[in-house]
Design a protein around this ligand. Structure first.
Ligand SMILES: Cc1cc2nc3c(=O)[nH]c(=O)nc-3n(C[C@H](O)[C@H](O)[C@H](O)COP(=O)(O)OP(=O)(O)OC[C@H]3O[C@@H](n4cnc5c(N)ncnc54)[C@H](O)[C@@H]3O)c2cc1C
Length: 348
């Protein structure tokens, strides 16, 4: 398995549980890529977009797997995952937002998704920290969150407990021709009966047939001061930002979406815009302690859909291209790739 992000580790864990002999190879160790930057929203309903029905179905399937996935990880490792079905509010701050969210709600209704329109007073009763002058809101009660850093750590432990091995190595190329037979790395060649490409935004370097590109995202970490009240109990989002409050007082504000190649610098302007966007919907953001900013690279694809399952070349499998939803999609990716590896399902 090339890549110890959420896609690679979840797949490797499930494969090791099935009795396969697995080696995960990462040049920088578990969670070195986007997986440790992600906000951790498990939000198929408020992420649903026009013309993406197939992606939505996959997202919903994975959201349904998450409670069992998190419970099993926690039970096997004794480590937290931060999984919580906290719900989400999509909040329209002005009339333009309200029009946009009216269209989004029409889509959600037509797809039979759990989403309900609220008048401002209802929304403010549910989340008293909302700005007084919001225009409208949509509640998506089944949206959830997990802490991606905690999930990476728990997955790495569960995988090793299941007999899996991890190596620090930079994969330079796939080995073999028609049939992939292993990888070339900076520490030598490694043979394998099957190779899973889970290298996130870097996947195209190893297989140019994979049209995955980096989509930069910057986000902010804040925290409630000691003794302070939580900023919200649900995920709160507007068309310009999302705010993810964690149970322990940490707050994540995200995220930009930029086509900047492999650049992961933090821009002052992005910090400013994200803070302002969060402040207009939750003014108490101003009182939070600033804890830092991160940037990561989402593995984007031309149609926003991930690549999961058997590749055209024998011996090669994909677990990549998860773009904005790689945390959400980790459980279903693992199941589909392992089914392909064991011959239960040819491709997904
Ligand atoms: C700001 C931001 C916010 C996000 N928020 C959310 C969210 O709320 N919910 C959600 O579901 N998703 C979110 N995402 C998306 C999510 O982070 C990604 O889809 C997911 O982490 C991709 O996981 P991955 O395992 O495919 O890739 P990565 O986590 O990037 O892992 C790839 C790994 O491969 C390794 N690697 C690459 N090339 C090689 C090589 N040649 N040799 C050896 N190792 C190699 C890297 O070191 C890395 O560890 C967000 C992303 C960003 C950037």
């Amino acid at each position: 398995v090339i890549g110890a992000g959420l896609a690679g580790l979840a797949t490797a864990w499930r494969a090791a549980q099935r009795g396969l002999r697995v080696l995960v190879v990462d040049r920088d160790g578990p969670g070195a890529g986007a997986s440790s930057v992600a906000a951790g929203m498990l939000a198929p309903v408020t992420e649903a977009d026009f013309g993406e029905d197939e992606l939505l179905r996959l997202n919903l399937e994975s959201a349904a797997l998450w409670p069992g996935f998190a419970a099993e990880l926690e039970e096997r490792t004794g480590m937290a995952t931060g999984y919580a079905r906290c719900g989400a509010l999509a909040v329209a701050v002005d009339r333009d937002d309200a029009e946009e969210y009216a269209r989004m709600h029409e889509l959600q209704r037509s797809l039979g998704l759990a989403a309900r329109r609220l008048v401002p007073s209802e929304a403010r009763r549910m989340e008293p920290g909302l700005a007084p002058r919001i225009a409208a809101a949509i509640e998506a009660p089944e949206e959830a969150q997990a802490d991606p850093v905690a999930v990476v750590a728990a997955l790495a432990r569960a995988y090793e407990d299941a007999g899996g091995e991890l190596a620090l190595a930079d994969v330079k190329a796939l080995r073999g021709g028609e049939r992939v037979t292993g990888v070339e790395t900076n520490i030598g060649a490694i043979g394998a009966g099957a190779v899973v490409l889970a290298a996130g935004a870097w996947s195209a370097a190893l297989d140019p047939g994979v049209r995955v590109r980096p989509v930069k995202g910057q986000l902010l970490h804040l925290r409630v001061r000691a003794g302070g009240a939580p900023i919200a109990s649900r995920i709160v989002r507007t068309p310009r930002c999302y705010v993810v409050p964690r149970a322990d007082g940490r707050v994540v504000i995200g995220a930009t979406s930029e086509e900047r190649g492999f650049d992961t610098r933090i821009d002052a302007g992005a910090v400013h815009r994200l803070l302002e966007a969060a402040w207009e919907v939750l003014p108490d953001v101003w009182e939070l302690e600033f804890a830092g900013a991160l940037a990561g690279l989402r593995p984007g694809t031309p149609d926003n859909r991930p690549l999961i399952g058997a590749a055209a070349r024998d011996g090669l499998f994909y677990a990549t291209g998860h773009y904005r939803n790689g945390v959400l999609l980790a459980p279903v990716t693992a199941e589909l790739v392992v089914a392909a590896l064991t011959g239960e399902r040819v491709s997904a």
